[in-house]
Ligand binder design. Structure first.
Ligand SMILES: Nc1ncnc2c1ncn2[C@@H]1O[C@H](COP(=O)(O)OP(=O)(O)O)[C@@H](O)[C@H]1O
Ligand SMILES: [Mg+2]
Length: 398
């Protein structure tokens, strides 16, 4: 597509990166390789260190330890404005007194590039906004402003584009639409995108590779389906979708599977899908993998059964119904049933059993007791705003 933008992205490599602020470690021993041209998402709750990671890559913050390589070149000590990196923030940070086209051409003009205007038009075409080039940002919708911010970043042809929750300020419908558009644009320009978000659905729908970050560390990294189908820690199992988790001792361990005693019931998990094979282990299964039964199902090889339990909550959401089922001595199990019939099929109080294919279970490396499920949500937005001001000052100075 659009000529001039074909320049491809660069590999990004972080080696042994840590970042300590006075009295607080934000990033711990981070190792990460992002191949050129990929769409990579860094996913984690507020305060886990996502923005700090981007700031380190952009050169706005110095790592306490470790090196950063771009396209094989060590840029750890390279000044911000000398790095082939651009950032798009949650708040668009467009200049309100300038037209859209002048906003996009701004960086190029500063660098004395003569075809600035033509290149800016080309970038605006890419985000399908060339027809509003003469307008002021205030005359555009939130989604359009965000696209202008994107055009302004892409026009500089950075080897690496950093996106820090760029869709966070948009409403849900617009956000979904922008997610698709962003992905198309990334494919067109072939740049390396590093997208930061706390929205698991956003990360999964957009990225080739997702890294789940928790308390300054990457817990697991892989293709979205891989992470979802085989989470390796309690945090990943709960942060990326929902999981039913059970903890108990391994009572037998065979060539193909392990059997775990959960409150007197025996549950089987494929050996290769379990991170641990002995002692106390935590196993899990996704709510949509469960089958609901109104009578006790016949025991069958390759199937795990729990019950009887009671339906304690029925939540109808159109596409599916979510059931909460209390199983004595075991806790509450969550189940999603597709609405193939009309409405919810079972009412609160109904006696039920649940079953699932052994192949769908997984075993994680840690236990729920190892830590709280989520950290207290320390809001970093105010820090982000301060930083944006600082960044704008830095950009002006560059
Ligand atoms: N300049 C700073 N001084 C001290 N602590 C900071 C600073 N910047 C960030 N932090 C802390 O580092 C942690 C990670 O912050 P941040 O990277 O902004 O998280 P995220 O973007 O994932 O929400 C937070 O606990 C935050 O309070
Ligand atoms: Mg942040």
């Amino acid at each position: 597509m659009a000529g001039g933008f074909a320049e491809s992205g660069a590999d990004l490599e972080l080696v042994g990166i840590s970042k300590r602020f006075p009295g607080f470690t934000a990033i711990e021993e981070l190792d990460l390789t992002i191949p050129a041209g990929s769409f990579f998402a860094l996913l984690g709750p507020s305060g886990c260190g996502k923005t700090t990671t981007l700031r380190l890559i952009a050169g706005l913050e110095e790592p306490t330890t470790g090196r950063i390589y771009l396209g094989g070149k060590d840029v750890t000590d390279t000044k911000t404005y000398r790095r082939p990196v651009n950032t798009v923030f949650q708040s668009y940070a467009l200049f309100p007194h300038m037209s859209v086209i002048d906003n996009v051409a701004f960086g190029l003009r500063r660098r004395g590039i003569r075809e600035a205007r033509a290149l800016a038009h080309e970038a605006l075409k890419l985000v399908e906004l060339d027809h509003v080039a003469a307008r002021r940002p205030a005359q555009l919708s939130g989604g359009q402003q965000q696209r202008v911010a994107l055009a302004r970043a892409v026009v500089n042809r950075p080897a690496l584009l950093l996106l820090d929750e760029p869709l966070g300020a948009l409403d849900l419908k617009l956000r979904r639409q922008m997610q698709i558009e962003l992905k198309v644009i990334q494919g067109d320009v072939g740049l390396t995108f590093l997208h930061v978000t706390h929205d698991q659905e956003e990360a999964m729908t957009m990225a080739d590779t997702v890294a789940v970050m928790n308390k300054g560390r990457i817990e697991q990294m892989g293709a979205p389906e891989e992470l979802y189908e085989l989470p390796k820690t309690v945090f990943v199992a709960n942060f990326l979708g929902q999981s039913n988790l059970f903890t108990g001792p391994v009572v037998s361990s065979g060539k193909d599977s392990i059997v775990v005693d959960i409150g007197g019931r025996k549950l089987e998990v494929p050996r290769e899908r379990a991170q641990r094979h002995a002692g106390e282990v935590t196993i899990g299964v996704r709510p949509e993998k469960l089958q609901l039964h109104g009578a006790e199902p016949k025991a069958a090889a390759g199937t795990n059964v729990l019950g009887p339990g009671r339906v304690t909550d029925v939540s109808f959401s159109g596409v599916s119904t979510q059931y909460q089922i209390a199983i004595p001595g075991l806790g509450t199990v969550s189940l999603f049933a597709q609405n193939r019939d009309v409405g919810a099929v079972l009412r609160e109080g109904a006696e039920v059993w649940v079953s699932w294919d052994v192949a769908h279970g997984f075993g994680v490396a840690d236990d729920p007791a190892d830590g709280p499920r989520f950290d207290p949500d320390d809001d970093t937005r105010s820090i982000a705003v301060q930083r944006r001001e600082k960044l704008e000052a830095e950009l002006e100075g560059a």
